[in-house]
Write a protein that binds this ligand. Sequence first.
Ligand code: MG
Length: 226
Amino acid sequence: MTIVLWDIDGTLIRSGGAGKIAMESALRSTFGIREINDSVPYSGRTDVAIVRDLLLAHDLPTTDENRMLLREAYLQELPGCLKSAGGEILPGIPSLVENFHRNDNVLQGLLTGNVLRGARTKLEHFALWDFFGPGGFGDRQTDRNEVAREALEAVESHLGREANRAKIWVIGDTPHDVTCARAIGANVLAVATGWHPIAELEACRADHVLHDLSDTERVRTLLGIG
Ligand SMILES: [Mg+2]
């Protein structure tokens, strides 16, 4: 059994900035912020960490209530932002996720910084949600390595046994994806379809780095999936 854990943004899809637009719109509508402080990084980070840092960057108290209000407003804004932002499914993805979904020797899940409802909204927008089983999400953990542990736990509880780490592949587009794969002893295929150039991903010592996943046969060979 090979386990494939997918990142979402920059790996399966590009949302055209919908996530960031929705978060900023939520800051405006919920807290009356006029000038958005653009210093908070989003790439490869968990939503709970982004929400905390956005509150701090706008001098708002990081209370549980404020975190919840911002997250809920973000989730309300997201579907509309996805429609207007003009995102796309990345090359090779429809064929790969369908192929892995059909293959009884592959368990395909998610390892993403998105909160579960955000992940679902994004993937339903692109008609991809039904292809994925267990996953780890950015609802609770500020540290992506913890999300990887959550994904591994979800996979093992789905399987009812310990997973063979040598047969786990994380696919992602940022240095954080590489680091969190290593935190659970998994292999990692990095892909330069997000914001990070191929040289930066190679410097993180991913097992393989590709420009994109359009050569689906090569991807399957690299992952040892026939
Ligand atoms: Mg990503």
